[in-house]
Design a protein around this ligand. Structure first.
Ligand code: PMV
Length: 316
């Protein structure tokens, strides 16, 4: 039996502007998805997840497979793509456990894909390099979603904080540690729809929207400098949220969580990810419990989170 895990993520700075070539800062969080696999004697794949409330499903990759719950679709594609890459296959019993709420914008699909790829390669006694795992994971997301940036799968593989610069097609590792509280609205949202909304707004009003995108880029570069020096990033987080509100991607509930978190003592707060629902983050070197209570008092789920330096790993 092999158990692997990979971390979820938050976008610390720069979402939406990154679509237009500006940098983003993304951090892995200490909330992980665990994949337990056991080889079978036949070629069947049997998968279930109590945490995600998905009952046991069996299929064979050799036949047309049934439509699976979303997280299982990522596992299925991870199996197909990794077997193909390794030119080997086997039947497996798979169990998924998750500490990341699904569809919350916290990177659960990338984490499950990456943890599955490592689990399969170990079950087949092969050693994939981290770079190969990240590349295969990106392929999985492309296959399931149609479009995906390599950011989520990179952060799930490597962990830590990455400064993503689309123009350079590269990631740089930033050494820092941050205490966060994550507030989850419970409202599902579509990243695709929100990216489209910003695109249309920008097309209709380039002279208004382009400077906002430039400003988000500037805030992100400044945040990188401060993180590297271990300085406070609260004010910049607040500024980033205001700019995201100006792009029209916040909601009343998200912004209420953001402002209540500040009132409860967070040094900064913003929505994280695409917006339109999903989650927000509060930068909380102090007052974590007060911020958690403020979020819970609004009927939302709050999670304490630290940056996880570790990416995908085999559990002992
Ligand atoms: O919904 P999330 O957390 O995966 O974030 C999407 C981030 C965007 O910048 C809005 C889109 C993207 O592809 O970078």
């Amino acid at each position: 039996m092999i158990v692997t895990s990979a971390p979820g993520k938050v976008i610390l700075f720069g979402e939406h502007a990154v679509v237009y070539g500006k940098p983003a800062l993304v951090g892995a969080i200490d909330k992980r998805i665990y994949v337990r696999v056991e080889r079978r004697k036949d070629e069947t794949i049997e998968i279930f997840s109590e945490d995600l409330k998905h009952k046991k499903t069996s299929f064979s990759l050799k036949n047309k497979t049934p439509q699976l719950p979303e997280e299982f679709e990522y596992v299925k594609e991870a199996l197909a793509i990794t077997f193909d890459f390794l030119d080997k296959s086997c039947g497996l019993d798979i169990k998924i456990s998750s500490g990341i709420p699904p569809a919350s914008g916290l990177g659960s699909s990338a984490a499950v894909s990456i943890a599955t790829i490592l689990a399969i390669s170990k079950s087949l006694d092969t050693n994939l390099k981290d770079k190969e795992i990240a590349r295969l994971g990106h392929k999985v997301e492309l296959k399931v979603q149609g479009a995906a940036s390599p950011t989520d799968t990179a952060i799930a593989t490597f962990g830590g904080v990455l400064f993503v610069e689309p123009s350079k097609n590269a990631f740089e590792r930033i050494d820092c540690s941050i205490s966060l509280v994550i507030g989850y609205t419970g409202d599902a949202r579509s990243t695709k729809e929100l990216v489209k909304k910003v695109k249309l707004l920008k097309e209709r009003n380039p002279s208004v929207i382009d400077p906002i995108i430039e400003d988000i880029g500037r805030v992100t570069r400044e945040a990188r400098k401060r993180l590297e020096k271990g300085e406070d990033i609260g004010e910049l987080m607040n500024k980033n949220h205001e700019l995201l509100e100006a792009l029209g991607v916040s909601t009343k509930k998200l912004s209420t969580l953001v402002y209540k978190a500040r009132e409860a003592g967070a040094m900064g707060s913003k929505l994280t990810g695409a917006g339109g629902g999903g989650s927000m983050i509060a930068y909380t070197p102090k007052n974590q419990e007060k911020v958690i209570k403020a979020i819970e008092d609004l009927g939302c789920m709050a999670l304490k989170a630290q940056i996880s330096k570790e990416g995908v790993r085999v559990e002992k």
